[in-house]
Design a protein. Sequence first.
Length: 209
Amino acid sequence: MKKLVFCLVIIACLLSSCTNKERGKSNLTLSKENNVSNDFFSKSKIESLKFKGRFSFIDEGVIERIVKLHVEEIAKMESGTVYELKVEPVDNVPKERLVLGYFYVEREKIYKILPTKEHKNSLKKKVLPEESTIVCQEKEIVDSLSKKQKGEHEYLSVNGEQREYHLYNDKVTTGYFESYIWKRNVGLLFYNSGYGAERDLVELKLLEE
């Protein structure tokens, strides 16, 4: 009889142990879920928007098209998600110029990351590249240079429900420039990048419904 009771106790303990392990696995899965939301970035909203696209290249002249953006999830990080933003294919526009970049979206900030193979591999390993740049947040970023100074200017301004990020190099006439304008609960309103005199220009303006 004692042996029977002992066996029943052992079986009960084993069953209890298995149940706890399953609960542990379930909790672990839930803790890894990433439900971070950002008022300025929603994958579904951005993909539903239409933009007036303007593309200027030496060999093709100016190309104007109504385009949409494709948003692809690249990696889930500890505090947010990384997405790739790119314009749908446009004839005679280089594919690499249609990629806006990788964007690490946290609850309060959006970081821009250059879309290189090396950076993509780092992101999939949960490592955020050091070259990442904040392009949207609640707090302004002041330009380190005055308007009169020549060089690489970079700043982020807060205008009501909009956040504007601007980068430009006026040290040379062919300097690179890049801008993003985001609106709360809408997403991307405006984007452009290129070089002086609108060389290799990519410009997107949100079409109002």
